[in-house]
Unconditional design. Structure first.
Length: 94
């Protein structure tokens, strides 16, 4: 299953009327980097996903949503929680 992160970021960004350039400036990357994320060429880090979610004012779990399937939504939330928990533990040990 191909991860829909980039496609969903683009859909949400466009629905809010935000350009790739605007999003890039807000999160500290170029519009070309935003394009690479949206097209699936580059995979954003969890830190970058958090920044994008903050600018787009949404829960980052929605980036992983494949469909309206509740099972997939639960899996996406579980993945995001495991990922952020891992990051938190690493930050605590530094």
């Amino acid at each position: 299953m191909k991860c829909p992160v980039g496609k969903n970021i683009k859909k949400i960004r466009e629905s809010k009327g935000i350009s790739q350039e605007q999003l890039g400036k807000e999160i500290g990357i170029t519009s070309a980097s935003v394009c690479r994320i949206e097209t699936g060429v580059s995979d954003p880090s969890t830190t970058m996903l958090s920044k994008i979610a903050k600018v787009l004012n949404c829960d980052p779990v929605i980036f992983f949503k494949e469909s309206n399937n509740d099972t997939e939504n639960v899996e996406a939330k579980s993945f995001w929680k495991r990922t952020t928990d891992t990051i938190s533990r690493k930050a605590e040990t530094k």
